[in-house]
Write a new protein. Sequence first.
Length: 408
Amino acid sequence: MSTAPVDCAFATALPKIELHAHLTGSISRACLHDIWVQKTARGDSLQLEDPLDAIPSHKVDYDIKTYGLHSLTFPSANLSFDTSPLVSCTKFSDPVMKLPATPIGLLRHAHCSSSTSLTNTNLRFFPLFSSYIYKLCNDLASVEYSTERVLQDFQSDGVVYLELRTTPRSTPDQSASKDQYVNTVLGVLRKHNDRLSSTMQAFLILSIDRRNTPAEAKEVVDLAIKYQKSGVVGIDLCGNPAVGDVRIFSKAFSRAKTAGLKITLHFAEIAESATDLELQTLLSWQPDRLGHVIHVKDEFQKTIQRQDIAVELCLSCNVHAKMITGTYPDHHFGMWRHTAVPVILCTDDVGVFCSPLSQEYYLAAQHFGLNREQIRSMCERAIDAIFAGPEQQSRLRKIYSEWDVCSS
């Protein structure tokens, strides 16, 4: 494998593994627009403006205030756009926010005029997703259509293995249950996986929201166990990290673990959710992977390394949502990549931040001086962290071996 610099063509062609992608947050603006057009044409009373106007394609500076997907809000900050030459690593289903070609340009692109610190701000809700996208995708037909489009987008970007995650939800009018929602998503995944032309295999993680009650958490685990042999591979904890006592979910996660489900957790996203008590509780659930891992003290870093827990890192999400101090070169990827744990780059919400996985690898290479061999090795290392098991691991190792031969 060449030690040559990573360019966009290489990052796109490279077989990639995506392990932290929220289904709703991965829906492109173009897909949302198509759903809006279809529903408007048939006379649905949406009372929603066109997604291309509500969520402009050039806007990626969704800080925690506007980042309604995970129900987090912080004071807004203005993004300073760069005027240097632009580059985009991949064609996406809607206009991708192009990135300045030079490192200096990238820094200016991501610079925010607000110096408000994440830890010194009160959280409040801004229902971008609950008041817009959930209202738009409010029936099983739109859930099915949007899931199909999400799969197409990831596959077009060179992803060969995908784990989508979603919180089971019923439709607003209760015409469809949480069970029907999960079954609908799984049906789309199965059709995709069975298609001979599919180069990507996709699986599902069901998420427990921190605002859930123990009874609601139990319901999520019930569904995960029910569909465990139909494409559900794990359980996630997500949602507003500033609310809730995670200890109330210990029984649910223990039951999931006993049932053989894998566990991934949003971990230390903000300082408020990084108390010793919370992190000790989360680690006691014996997670297989941890997401974000931002505000992690040395003692917990050592525990994660000692237990060899894989970490899911989301560069653009953390930068644009102001979840870290600074920009790309300041990201904690720079620390974790020097440890022995599997480090997996992920998109989190590509529909929000418009940075496909190929672009995330390109950004990592640009800002941390990684060559093609290092990027390729990091991709393959993710195989050990997937939830789908030995058969998929063997398939992925074969893909990388064949790709090495073809690219040599």
